[in-house]
Design a protein around this ligand. Sequence first.
Ligand SMILES: Nc1ncnc2c1ncn2[C@@H]1O[C@H](COP(=O)(O)OP(=O)(O)OP(=O)(O)O)[C@@H](O)[C@H]1O
Ligand SMILES: [Mg+2]
Length: 242
Amino acid sequence: MSNTYALQARGLVKRFGAITAVDNLDLQVEPGVTYGLLGPNASGKTTLIRLLMGILPPTRGQSTLLGRPVPDRVLRTRLGYMPQALALYEDLSVQENVSFYARLMGNYTPARVEEAVGLVDLSARAKSIVSTLSGGFKRRASLACALVHQPAVLFLDEPTVGIDPHLRVEFWNHFQRLNQQGVTIVVSTHIMDEAERCTRLGLLYQGRLIAEGTAKELRERAKADTMEQAFLAFSDESKAPP
Ligand SMILES: Nc1ncnc2c1ncn2[C@@H]1O[C@H](COP(=O)(O)OP(=O)(O)OP(=O)(O)O)[C@@H](O)[C@H]1O
Ligand SMILES: [Mg+2]
């Protein structure tokens, strides 16, 4: 597989018993872009992210990240992950959680922790114990943990669920800045105006990539006015009997 892509997957399959969560999927993502994964519940978004990161072994197929075959221990510190189910230590403060992840990834400085906490607008609550925070604030803390070590590739699984509109826009502005610095982002979302902000989109349906392109290309191809309509049109097309 070529090294010009930040991420490349070929023939990825993941089965859980009778369920095929990811079904013979090919994917290529160029460096410095935001690649959005759209798809209904249970279409395989989280599973695909976990396969691409090397957290989950595929049933079949292979993938590379930053030119290295996955899984690879060296890659670990170069990846950031904001899981759908948040992985925070509830009995530690925001600052302690973020510091922990920075140390785990071997890139700790107090300034970096402060910056990451500031970025998610949690400086005023840095010393608060996570269990005492609101749901949205916990998500903000989780994003700070994913960003603190300045990863080259960021995997964000529905990062803005429960985040208020103002901060959501701030998050996406920040993702754009990260792209400009060369960071590659893979993000899953159900929010169509976020989809519009992705460089490219992949529509997942029953573990298969049923359409790919920019939001504009997908809308045009589906002859739809909105991304939501385009998504529904592609899903209906996949449902139709051959
Ligand atoms: N560890 C597991 N064991 C068994 N089945 C699993 C496991 N993880 C995922 N699945 C199944 O794989 C399919 C895809 O799940 P996945 O979580 O990847 O979907 P998703 O697109 O992220 O959905 P959502 O939008 O609800 O987050 C589902 O049918 C799910 O039940
Ligand atoms: Mg999911």
